[in-house]
Ligand binder design. Structure first.
Ligand code: HEC
Length: 448
């Protein structure tokens, strides 16, 4: 289907015979139009050392795949971005091509990929191989590289990184440097002040420990995450995440295997707030209602059900602003929708994902924080496809699936990142971290 354009030369020949297609004279050229689209939307991933399997940095690389570039952009398969453009958002750094850009790539392929003159071209893009926000105040990574076997399922591994902080800090920005972009699919960060993750780490002979989806422990707080193409952004002004003294940073790395034994040592960089922090990041979760002895969300997806619906709601109990959302499901996820219904009856769609893709989940930051007055009801509605027709289904034949953290279990969570309007911290630690246990402070102060 995506090869219907045929090769560039053939398209050119057909175009000339037909007479109706763009002629070389008015067609877009590589140096004038196409390179600008590739620089803006593709090269973050399509260059050496990044996640995409080939580069799109010069004319030859683009010409060879011209028909594919036209097809995958017309299908909106590339760049990978799953939030709907019609409803929800608008989001920062949305990876979305305009209709005009898509049409340009199509016309360029059809016209036989004219190169044009290089004097029309913008300067090539350059990338800092290092941190995009400058040198972080604290860089942490595992003490030794982790060696990932060649074959098998994806692996989720949590690395426990002691901060050694002797006083609490407000974190204003977080960035990540994947050690080996060939295998690092995405990274989630959190922190633990109870030493629970350290125990799991000690029990596992290799660097870090295995987990799925989560951290294997309930973290004391979140620190954001990284997925391919994500640009590090500081939190809104005056907003921070409090990192208590003696905390361990937890880095959950989702590894894709490459078919060879690979090693990785991913780093996290923390930037501490320079200005006053008045509000802390408040996390929230919209989940399906809990039931039963273990108060687990009532999720049981029958084998073969291609459209199993699940809903959840959450009521906001203080005037708040929502600045980011992160939908989370596993392999059976099909679509995801989250709306806010305000007390005055007005409804806004926060995010709509029509085709869930486990491989491309990530956080979505609103261009402008969304006001959620007290009493706003957040409603989540999602569907799962547990049929044999779902190519991502980990079970063949399908089996009934319930709520849980394993690859073969399912989840449906709408993570919310908010601030509370009348919080005024003036740099004071949040109450729950105001008095950390003396023991932990002492331990953190001890030299290695
Ligand atoms: C966020 C990273 C990212 C961005 C941005 C991105 N790609 Fe990709 N691209 C990938 C990855 C990874 C693959 C490999 C297949 C996959 O995982 O979906 C891929 C695969 C492709 C393929 C092969 C598709 C196939 O089905 O074999 C084409 C063609 C492509 N990209 C074109 C583009 C174009 C054109 C752009 C910009 C308009 C772009 N990509 C932007 C990551 C990206």
């Amino acid at each position: 289907m995506r090869r219907w354009f045929g090769s560039c030369g053939m398209a050119l020949a057909i175009g000339m015979l037909g007479g109706g297609a763009a002629t070389a004279a008015d067609a877009p050229t590589y140096h004038r139009e196409v390179v600008r689209i590739l620089q803006k939307h593709c090269q973050d991933c399509h260059r050496p050392g990044q996640v995409a399997p080939f580069s799109l940095l010069n004319y030859d690389q683009a010409r060879k795949r011209a028909t594919d570039l036209a097809a995958v952009t017309a299908d909106r398969k590339m760049p990978p971005w799953h939030a709907s453009n019609d409803e929800g958002g608008p989001f920062r750094d949305a990876r979305v091509l305009s209709q005009e850009e898509i049409a340009t790539l199509g016309r360029w392929a059809e016209a036989g990929c004219p190169e044009g003159t290089s004097t029309d071209a913008p300067a090539p893009r350059t990338w800092d191989s290092d941190w995009s926000l400058g040198t972080p105040d604290l860089v942490l990574k595992a003490s030794e590289a982790y060696s990932l076997a060649a074959e098998g399922r994806d692996e989720f591994r949590v690395f426990v990184l002691p901060t050694g902080l002797t006083e609490g800090k407000w974190v204003a920005a977080v960035d990540f440097l994947p050690g080996n972009p060939k295998i690092v699919h995405h990274v989630l960060a959190a922190f633990d002040v109870r030493g629970a993750a350290k125990k799991l780490d000690e029990a596992d002979p290799e660097s870090g420990y295995k987990a799925f989806g989560g951290f294997g422990v309930v973290p004391s707080g979140g620190l954001g995450g990284w997925s391919p193409g994500k640009v590090a952004r500081p939190l809104p002004n005056g907003v921070g995440r409090y990192l208590p003294a003696g905390a361990d940073v937890l880095l959950q790395v989702h590894y894709h295997r490459s078919g060879k034994v690979e090693s990785d040592q991913t780093s996290i960089g923390l930037y501490f707030a320079k200005d006053k922090v008045d509000k802390q990041v408040r996390g929230g979760m919209v989940i399906p209602p809990a039931s039963g002895l273990f108060r687990r969300p009532a999720l049981l997806i029958p084998a073969g059900d291609a459209n199993y619906e699940i809903t959840g709601t959450k009521t906001i109990d203080e005037d708040s602003h929502l600045f980011a959302v992160t939908p989370h499901m596993h392999w059976l996820g099909k679509d995801f929708l989250m709306k806010a219904i305000r007390p005055d009856g007005s409804t806004v769609t926060l995010i709509r994902i029509d085709q869930w893709d486990f491989n491309w989940q990530g956080g979505y930051d609103f261009m402008a924080p969304v006001p959620l007055p007290k009493g706003t009801r957040i409603e989540m509605k999602a569907h799962f496809n547990n049929s044999a027709e779902n190519p991502a289904n980990p079970n063949s034949p399908p089996v009934a699936v319930h709520w849980g953290e394993q690859t073969t279990d399912e989840m449906c969570i709408g993570f919310l990142q908010m601030t509370v309007d009348d919080e005024h911290r003036e740099n004071q630690p949040p109450p729950r971290f105001a008095a950390p246990p003396v023991e932990r402070l002492k331990a953190a102060a001890r030299p290695e």
